[in-house]
Design a protein around this ligand. Structure first.
Ligand code: ADP
Ligand code: DP6
Ligand code: CO
Length: 324
C-alpha cells in the first residue's frame, strides 16, 4: 500500500481569490492557470496496519504539528472514500520554495492526492482526483492536469461540480514563464488567510468578482487563438485587480515588496521597447513573467539587472500528475 506521485505547480492567469464555502474549498469564481514544468513536488504515501497516526516528513525533516494535522485531515477524506481505517507515512520533497508564493500548496496537495489514493487502492478519474485535491488546497485542483487548466467553480453547494478541466494541453502553445525569485521566505499572510480577510472585509472585492468572469472568457478565447498580446494583457490586468483588493481589506495588506514593483516596471519597459512580456503575481512578492521563446535572452538580461533579483527560473507549460 505504497505509491509515489509527482505534480507540478501552476501559475494562475485568472486568479482564484476567495471561497464561497471554506470547509469544502469552493471558489467564488472560476479561474485558469498554466502548469509549470520548472517546479514540482514528489510525494510517497505508505499506508501500514501497525501505525496509529499519520506522519509527515517534508524535505527530509519531520514537519511541525500543524502541518502534520493538515495532512491527517486530508487523509481522513481519502480514508472515507476508500472505507479503510489505516494510517500512513507521508514523505514529500518540494522542488519549489514552500509557502513563499510559488504555489507549493498546488503541487504539494495534488501529489498527495494522487499518491494517497493510489496507495490505498482507489483508482480515480482525473476529475475525481481534481475534486479531491481541491479540498486540500484550491489551486491543487488545477495541478492534476498539464497545460492550460480551468477550475470550474460549479454551482452545487456539495462541491460535486467544482473541479478542474484541461483547456489546452502543454504542446498547444510554446510560451515561457520566468519565475523571478525575490524572496523564498515564508509569507506572513498565507493564501488562505489572505483571501478570507479580503472577501470578509474589502469593499473592492465586489468589483474584482464582477470583472473576473469576463476576463476568463477573454483569456480562453486568447488561448484558443494563440493571441499572446491578448492573453498577456488580460493576465496582467487580472493580477493587478486581485492585488488591489488586499489594500482595501481590514487590516489592509499587500504581498508586494519594493523589488516586486521594480520587476513590474521592468516588464512594462520591455513592452515599450516592443518586446511582448507580461507579468503576474500570486500570493507572495515574487513575479512571474510571460514571454515568447524568441525573446528569452533579452528577457533574462533585463530581469537579471533588476536590483533584488536572486534568481530566474524558466518554465514551459508542464505536464499533469505522474506516478513513479
Ligand atoms: P504557496 O504559495 O506555497 O502555495 P500557501 O500558503 O498557499 O503557499 O500554502 C502553503 C502550505 O501548503 C504549507 O504551509 C503546507 O501546509 C502546504 N504544503 C506545501 N508543500 C506541501 C507538500 N509537499 N505536501 C503537503 N502540503 C504541502
Ligand atoms: C493567489 O490554493 O494556495 O495563488 O485553497 O486556501 O489552499 P487554499 O489557497 P491557494 O490559493 C491560491 C491563490 C493565488 C491564486 C491562484 O492560484 O489562483
Ligand atoms: Co498556495
Amino acid at each position: 500500500m505504497k505509491a509515489t506521485a509527482r505534480a507540478h505547480t501552476n501559475i494562475a492567469l485568472i486568479k482564484y481569490w476567495g471561497k464561497r464555502n471554506e470547509s469544502l474549498i469552493l471558489p467564488a469564481n472560476s479561474n485558469l492557470s498554466v502548469t509549470l514544468d520548472g517546479f514540482s513536488t514528489e510525494t510517497t504515501v505508505h499506508f501500514q496496519e501497525h501505525l496509529t497516526e499519520d506522519s509527515f516528513i517534508l524535505n527530509e525533516q519531520s514537519a511541525e504539528e500543524d502541518a502534520r494535522t493538515k495532512i491527517a485531515v486530508f487523509l481522513d477524506k481519502v480514508r472515507a472514500l476508500s472505507g479503510k481505517e489505516i494510517y500512513a507515512q507521508v514523505q514529500s520533497v518540494n522542488h519549489v520554495p514552500t509557502a513563499a508564493g510559488f504555489a507549493s500548496s498546488a503541487s504539494g496537495l495534488a501529489a498527495l492526492a494522487a499518491a494517497s489514493t493510489k496507495a490505498i487502492g482507489l483508482s480515480l478519474e482525473d476529475r475525481e482526483l481534481s475534486r479531491l485535491a481541491r479540498q486540500g488546497s484550491g489551486s491543487a485542483s488545477r495541478s492534476i492536469y498539464g497545460g492550460f487548466v480551468e477550475w470550474q467553480m460549479g454551482e452545487r453547494e456539495d462541491g460535486l461540480d467544482s473541479y478542474a478541466i484541461q483547456v489546452a494541453d502543454a504542446s498547444h502553445w510554446n510560451i515561457r514563464i520566468a519565475a523571478v525569485v525575490l524572496s523564498k521566505t515564508v509569507k506572513k499572510v498565507s493564501s488562505r488567510e489572505g483571501m478570507r480577510r479580503t472577501i470578509d472585509t474589502s469593499p473592492f472585492y465586489a468589483g474584482w468578482l464582477e470583472q473576473t468572469a469576463k476576463d476568463l472568457q477573454e483569456i480562453k478565447q486568447a488561448i484558443a487563438d494563440k493571441d499572446f498580446e491578448k492573453m498577456g494583457s488580460v493576465t496582467e490586468a487580472n493580477c493587478l485587480r486581485m492585488h488591489a483588493t488586499t489594500l482595501g481589506a481590514n487590516p489592509p495588506f499587500t504581498y508586494w515588496q519594493d523589488n516586486t514593483m521594480r520587476v513590474m516596471q521592468t516588464v512594462q519597459g520591455l513592452r515599450e521597447q516592443g518586446i511582448p512580456a507580461f507579468f503576474t503575481i500570486d500570493a507572495g512578492p515574487n513575479v512571474k513573467v510571460l514571454y515568447l521563446p524568441e525573446d528569452e535572452d533579452k528577457i533574462k538580461t533585463r530581469l537579471n539587472a533588476v536590483e533584488g533579483v536572486e534568481d530566474i527560473i524558466i518554465s514551459k507549460p508542464g505536464s499533469g500528475i505522474s506516478y513513479m
